[in-house]
Design a protein around this ligand. Sequence first.
Ligand SMILES: [Cu+2]
Length: 487
Amino acid sequence: MAPFATLADPGDCLNVDGTTAFHVHGPRVVPTNTEFFLIHERPVEHSFHPQLPPNVLWGYDGSIPGPTFIARSGTPQLVRFVNDLPENDPVGIGEPISAIHRHGGFQAPEDDGYPLDTFCTGQSRDYFYPNRPDAGLLQSEHSTSWYHDHAIDITAVNVYRGLAGFYLYKNSLDTMNELDPPPALGLPSGEFDIGLVIQDKLFDANGFLVFDSFDHNGFLGDKFLVNGIIQPFLRVARRKYRFRILNGSNARVYQLFLSNGQPFVAIATDSNLLEHPVTVKSFVLSPAERVEVILDFSRSSLGDEIFLVNRLEQDDGRKPAGLVSPGTPLLKFVVSRDAADPSRVPDTLLPVTQGPRELLPQVEVERTFKFERSDGAWVINGDFFDENRISAKPRLGRPEIWTFESGGGWVHPVHVHLSEFFVLSRDGEAPPVLERGRKETVLVGGDFNREVKILIRFQEFLGRYVFHCHNIEHEDMRMMAQFETQP
Ligand SMILES: [Cu+2]
């Protein structure tokens, strides 16, 4: 990433269907403390595994996964993404048309990667990220989000080709320096703070990437990647680590375990730290969800090998088939040295001051959204995505209850842009322990249940945003709708 020197080059950008981008912005005024970045989307030769030939992927700045951004709360960032993707691509996976969504990000509608705000080969678009919490609330400070392509109808294939990366945040509590004294949390930092994006991909007999654009149910691979590498290893020290685990797969749901039976200490779900750490033996991770965990290798012996394992089997886009044993190892930790460990994991991480107790009495509006199959594609409340339809007009500052329902036994990881929500219930029952923090993506349907109720409140930014299934084959086949926030 390099800073750029020139001002924005505004201009219309054509969408896939030849229309003009919905949100067009000209040169803009930004605060003087704004940090600037320039990222080129371009082809890159990538090695998934020493035994496979190099594959040409598309990467942000030619990096797989993309460069990791680190935002400081209070310091805005302006990122110019330049589309240097080839108009005539010999591989045939992906379309050189982009819209970039910072998933979990709190940003204005024109900077949200609205799916019709696309830019094409030879064009660029600037995204302004305010990097401050929604309504100034400490509980809305973010830790781990990610950015990925979100162009209308082609998100799945473009993400599959490589267009995804981490976007991390630091703030007064989560300073990303374990040596900082309280109130800084002192979570493991530096080389002991590692993002892990898990993906599945399919290869042909010659070792080249395969994608089926006609699989609208959810594309699954048979090889498992962590940070772009098939089943890699990581040498670790005998101390605590922070792992930010992201499901970057198109359609696969994972349930992660450690091979030695050691539990995970979960500290965050999706974009936000939890109020308190939670110890779990395993956790489910559906597409786009994040869970951050602390793993402590201090009781391991030098030479120990511990695997991060997926035990949830899935054969099609409908739903996971169930737990198997021993499952598939995704990542091997090799305990190989000692290291000092000044890091801490406090009992209180990110306090919630405005939760269901405070907000439920204020609810006046409830909405229901049914996620179903229709004509081989996907609808919400019976409708395919239509940019001219507004499905909800929530008023800023007014909490609402939204009910997500799934029909036909399919699972849909439902993602709402702009704000996090609280999961109130699953089929009327209290949500599992890892869904009691703040979330912006929640798995609905299949064996998990039929109905999820959430409590959501939008506080800032007027305009149109989307919500959709994050099985991105479903999303591309129109399982997306939009809300428009009102004063
Ligand atoms: Cu879906």
